[in-house]
Design a protein around this ligand. Structure first.
Ligand code: AMP
Ligand code: MG
Length: 507
């Protein structure tokens, strides 16, 4: 089905209707000179929206929030959040709007659409570069099979945004299972209104974890479902080298989708201490910290839910603590299985390896620990691999594709990556004795990711008016696993002069 005019677009207002205390009806600012920069034709088709119509002035009106269908109630959503560990009781959509829910239940949402009552000191705006950055990285994540919000379009506004320098402004239209965050629950809890908290939890159960409604303790089951979804999500990030960069509780979803692509980046040389965000001085959100930060955020969600878990606080805490205790084993299992799959030692990712194949893994294998005696070979192999990658500063993406070549008989590429080729050769021969499946590896280890230098190059060109490099990068990362001729530069690590890469938040 295609939609060819605004009058046939249907946007629900379920959030606004069910949770009015957390929704402020608001209008998008009128862009002086809107100009469509990127439109996701595939996603539009999936949503039953006619891409040709979205390119018309009225379609662009929908994508910037200035033309909304009758019956829609765009709102700024209220939420709280722990930012770098400090609690802010009132954050909310300072520069974003929920336009409404699409017929498939997902949110259509705008970022950069002007100041709202939550804007505090902010200008409510966004610049072209960061919005295109969210577009390309979220498309790459989706193609990699990692749950994420999607980008539907980026529209340049024709308005100048003042950051360190004047920049062209833009609005991003994105689609998400919902925009419910850990911070949404923290907000509801902080109001002291248990009725609101319960309505929010019911809303979340119905939209994201409907089986929880049938459980003996639905709100505990909701919490358990979020724990499981986040354990699985963060393991996927870790297995791909994705560094979110700003894992504040307002940037962690209840649905288990990745949200808010600010200072995020993909790690190149393997190093748990990798940080890209210019404001993350303490390395709180470093690559290797992400699993424990997610657990910390889930503990904040548990605190917010306590009044729904049991009438007696002590009992509620006991239940929450037990449920949170499942996070580490769930994460560790997803990580270990995922790593075995990347190594071609697990035919079907997600299937349980033979009992006893895996040792009790920590949240991250700790570099430098001597291997335990009596371990099965696959587990010992994994334990030895990460310190070796770190020591040689091996590109985390390149390594697994080079390794697949070794399984096909050419050890040259992987040997060349190591500072200690003899040790690498020894590791590879132990690995080969487990008969890895090279084709299975190539199906899950990407060749093309949005490498930082390619993203910067594409955004710089787009900011200067040339969308060519951006469009090509989007095309490449949409098919991350299939080698294509002529795309060698997209598979190569950054040139040495690219330097210590830094990303900027809130831009
Ligand atoms: P973020 O870092 O994008 O997750 O945003 C954190 C909070 O700051 C949210 O409440 C945003 O709505 C708000 N915010 C970020 N940038 C702006 C801006 N330019 N104008 C108004 N609010 C903003
Ligand atoms: Mg955010």
């Amino acid at each position: 089905m295609s939609i060819a005019s605004l009058s046939t677009v249907v946007l629900g207002n379920r959030f606004a209707h069910e949770l009015p205390e957390m929704a402020v009806a608001w209008q998008a600012a009128e862009p002086p000179e809107p100009h469509l920069l990127a439109l996701n034709d595939q996603l539009a088709a999936e949503l039953g929206l006619d891409a040709q119509w979205l390119r018309t002035p009225q379609g662009v009106g929908l994508l910037t929030g200035t033309a909304v269908p009758a019956g829609a109630t765009p709102v700024a959503q209220a939420y709280a959040g722990h930012q770098f560990g400090g609690f802010a009781p009132r954050l909310g959509d300072g520069r974003a709007l929920l336009l409404g829910e699409l017929p498939d239940g997902r949110d259509l949402h705008l970022k950069g659409s002007g100041r709202t009552p939550f804007a505090r000191g902010g200008d409510g705006l966004a610049a072209v570069g960061p919005m295109l950055r969210e577009y390309v990285i979220s498309e790459a994540m989706h193609a990699l099979g990692i749950p994420t919000t999607r980008s539907l379009a980026v529209v340049a506004t024709g308005r100048t945004v003042h950051r360190e320098t004047p920049l062209p402004g833009a609005v991003l239209a994105r689609v998400a299972a919902s925009h419910l965050r850990v911070g949404s629950f923290q907000y509801a809890r902080a109001t002291g209104d248990t009725g609101l908290l319960r309505r929010l939890a019911d809303h979340a159960i119905s939209r994201h974890h409907p089986s929880a409604a049938q459980a003996d303790r639905p709100y505990l089951a909701l919490f358990e479902a979020v724990v499981a979804a986040q354990a699985a999500l963060v393991a996927r990030w870790m297995l791909t080298g994705f560094v979110h960069g700003v894992m504040n509780t307002d940037n962690m979803t209840i649905s288990g989708e990745t949200i808010d692509y600010g200072p995020c980046a993909f790690m190149e040389a393997f190093d748990p201490a990798t940080v890209y965000s210019s404001i993350d001085h303490g390395g709180r959100y470093a690559y290797g910290n992400q699993p424990v930060v997610a657990e910390w955020n889930l503990a904040r969600l548990a605190e917010a839910l306590l009044p729904l878990l049991h009438d007696e606080q002590e009992q509620a805490v006991e239940l929450a603590t037990q449920a949170l205790g499942r996070y580490r084993p769930q994460y560790a299992r997803a990580w270990s299985q995922g790593l075995l799959a990347k190594l071609g030692l697990l035919a079907e990712p997600g299937l349980l390896a033979e009992p006893g194949l895996l040792a009790e893994p920590g949240l991250l294998a700790e570099p430098g620990l001597p291997p335990e005696t009596g371990k099965q070979p696959a587990s010992a192999l994994v334990d030895d691999l990460l310190p070796a990658l770190q020591e040689s500063r091996i590109d985390f993406t390149t390594f697994f594709r080079a390794l697949a070549e070794a399984a096909r008989g050419d050890i040259g590429p992987v040997r060349a990556l190591s500072v200690d080729p003899a040790a690498m050769e020894d590791w590879v021969s132990r690995w080969l004795s487990l008969t890895p499946d090279a084709d299975a590896m190539d199906r899950i280890n990407p060749l093309y990711i949005p490498r930082n230098h390619l993203v910067e190059e594409a955004l710089d060109a787009a900011t200067a008016g040339d969308l060519g490099p951006f469009s090509r990068l989007v095309e490449v990362v949409r098919e991350p696993f299939t080698r294509r001729d002529g795309l060698e530069r997209y598979a190569a690590a950054a040139p040495p002069d690219f330097g210590a890469y830094r990303t900027f938040c809130g831009t």
